[in-house]
Design a protein around this ligand. Structure first.
Ligand code: FAD
Length: 326
């Protein structure tokens, strides 16, 4: 019976993406429950050198598909060949642009059942059961592959669903994947690379997000949110109202037509909590909201609702955190 759990391990710039560490840990947890092993499928610059280190997060083996700086989709054929060979219960892929591309290619090439993006996954009755938000987040759906469905299930996993194991020792066995021959996507290549704005790039992976809405009032108003995010080691996000106003980049919009985030702490300032925003952040572990309207909808689902003026509360909070850290 297939009981190993595969995971996609993306490398870039010589190091493993945070998603690779999260999924290694998650796969190890699922594999332990299924009586199998966690097996990584690594690709990207630095994959060959960094693969063994995923053992610290619980990977027993890592198959290196390739270590070049190529578009992720060009690894689809090698990935499909490795997945076919592996006979695993499930494959976890990160719900990132590259993860989505590769997961979709796999489902197309191998005709496998697909789930996600999920916010939880566990082993139940010999299969992997997942949880995902549907109907704009108003319903949480639990899903499993149909009885007798092909394996592995391809499962897209939201950032921060699993917390990477830290401080453990361990070295995974590293296997070089066999040449998969021509890839249906093999002609794609990197033409030019640009350094993304770090504040934009890390929203997906941030464990702390400080988000601002219409109440922030201006582009300059986001300055105090950046300071707070800075002392908390977090990233800045926004509601659509703030992005539409041109105060902040659209890539930082959270919600139905923006990003779905899953930080440990989401702090929203000057955000009313409309359903279209909520669907993008409601899986945050802790929600803190600052709003001067005591009846703002966000107060209904925040763990801590602070009623007051964000322009007084946010700088005072930043100062207090600085003082305690000093
Ligand atoms: C199809 C569709 C898709 C959408 N997709 C998204 C999406 O992806 N993401 C998204 O966010 N929205 C989305 N929206 C828009 C959504 O419906 C809301 O309009 C939007 O989220 C409101 O943003 P906001 O909370 O910043 O603004 P508002 O609803 O105007 O709220 C501003 C809040 O700030 C408070 N405030 C004002 N001044 C202060 C102050 N000084 N101190 C403290 N609080 C203050 C006010 O009390 C108020 O609660 C979508 C809408 C549609 C129709």
């Amino acid at each position: 019976m297939a009981n190993d759990v595969l995971f996609l391990a993306e490398f870039a710039g010589g190091r493993a993406a945070r998603s690779a560490l999260e999924l290694a840990t998650g796969s190890a947890e699922l594999a332990a429950a299924a009586g199998g092993q966690a097996v990584g499928l690594a690709y990207g610059a630095g994959a060959a050198a960094g693969a063994a280190a995923l053992g610290a997060q619980g990977a027993a083996r890592v198959i290196v598909l390739g270590g070049d700086d190529r578009p992720a989709i060009t690894y689809a054929a090698a990935l499909a060949a490795a997945v076919r060979e592996a006979d695993a219960l499930a494959l976890l892929a990160p719900a990132t642009p590259n993860g989505r591309d590769l997961a979709a290619a796999l489902v197309g090439l191998l005709d496998l059942p697909a789930f996600g993006p999920v916010r939880a996954a566990r082993v139940a009755d010999g299969t992997v059961e997942t949880e995902q938000a549907t109907l704009q987040g108003s319903v949480i759906t639990t899903a499993r592959p149909a009885e007798g469905a092909d394996t592995p299930s391809i499962i897209l996993v939201l950032p921060n669903t699993f917390t990477p194991t830290e401080g453990a020792a361990g070295s995974a066995e590293v296997i070089q994947a066999a040449d998969a021959g021509d890839s249906p996507f093999g002609h794609a290549k990197v033409v030019e690379s640009h350094q993304a704005d770090a504040r934009v790039a890390n929203l997906d992976e941030a464990t702390v997000i400080v988000a601002g809405g219409r109440g922030v009032g201006s582009e300059a108003g986001f300055g105090i949110l950046r300071e707070l995010a800075g002392v908390l080691g977090g990233a800045v996000g926004a509601s659509r109202a703030a992005a539409d106003a041109g105060w902040i980049a659209y890539q930082l919009q959270i919600g139905q037509t923006g990003k779905v985030v899953k930080p440990q702490l989401y702090l929203g300032a000057g955000i009313s909590g409309a359903i279209q925003h909520r669907v993008g952040m409601q899986t945050a572990e802790h929600v803190v909201a600052i709003n001067r309207d005591p009846d703002a909808p966000i107060g209904e689902f925040a763990d801590l609702f602070v009623v007051g003026d964000l322009f007084q509360i946010v700088p005072a909070l930043t100062e207090e955190i600085r003082r305690r850290k000093a």
